[in-house]
Design a protein around this ligand. Structure first.
Ligand code: CTP
Ligand code: MG
Length: 212
């Protein structure tokens, strides 16, 4: 039994087109994409920007987000009523059922699991304006969502972070900070996060052929 938590309260500043929750790609808002991806879930909770209009006709419960992603997820967690949670960024519309299945299976087995991908490009630490030291990319991974957790574990991790003043860009970091391992499963390139204006034409193209 899974509660899906969708932090959708960001303002999309790097994209510059307002909150991504209401951004349209392939004729649907990113929020609609996310809710559709989790149509099998028993519970879907969404954090919206404060003051945003509550969308009609979506099978989800809406609450007001916080000032950071972490705060928005904390609020969603308080409202979650089931023993497992999947936390998913609204900014990642292309989530396949296979990806959800892999994350859930590993979460049930271990208590915390996230999808990751190897880096396709060479990675460097620039020296001033120039090419610097190469960072071995074989040892590194890109982290995606949905991320799965035992609800009680993620609640404890958020409480610990609050107490310690830790801030993190995803939830797995907080579970790690608490001292618990997080399992890795294979991510998907399609689950990329729409972040910059150049990502939009890619998303529009993918939306035309997407069949999850
Ligand atoms: N988020 C949230 N509450 C916040 C800030 C972010 O729920 N106060 C969510 C966003 O809606 C998004 C995810 O966390 O689903 C983070 O992805 P990101 O690309 O950083 O989205 P934004 O924060 O909206 O974009 P930006 O950082 O460019 O402003
Ligand atoms: Mg952000």
């Amino acid at each position: 039994m899974v509660s899906v938590l969708i932090p959708a309260a960001g303002n999309g500043e790097r994209l510059g087109l307002g909150p991504k929750a209401f951004l349209r790609v392939g004729g649907k808002t990113l929020l609609e994409w996310a809710v559709d991806a989790f149509r099998e879930a028993a519970e879907v909770l969404v954090a919206l920007p404060p003051g945003a209009p509550v969308p009609k006709g979506l099978r989800a419960t809406f609450l007001e987000g916080g000032r950071s992603r972490q705060e928005s997820v904390s609020r969603l967690l308080e409202a979650a009523s089931l023993p497992l949670v999947l936390v998913h960024d609204v900014a990642r519309p292309f989530v396949s059922q296979r990806l959800v299945g892999r994350v859930l299976e590993a979460t049930r087995a271990t208590g915390a699991a996230v999808p990751v991908l190897p880096l396709p490009d060479t990675l460097i630490r620039p020296e001033g304006e120039g090419y610097g030291e190469v960072v071995p990319r074989e040892a590194l991974r890109l982290v995606q969502t949905p991320q799965g957790f035992f609800t009680a574990l993620l609640r404890e991790a958020h409480a610990y972070a609050r107490k310690r003043g830790l801030s993190a860009t995803d939830d797995a970091q907080l579970v790690r900070a608490l001292g618990y391992p997080v399992a890795l499963v294979e991510g998907e390139r399609a689950a990329f996060k729409i972040t910059y204006p150049e990502d939009l034409p890619l998303a529009e193209a993918l939306a035309r052929v997407w069949n999850a």
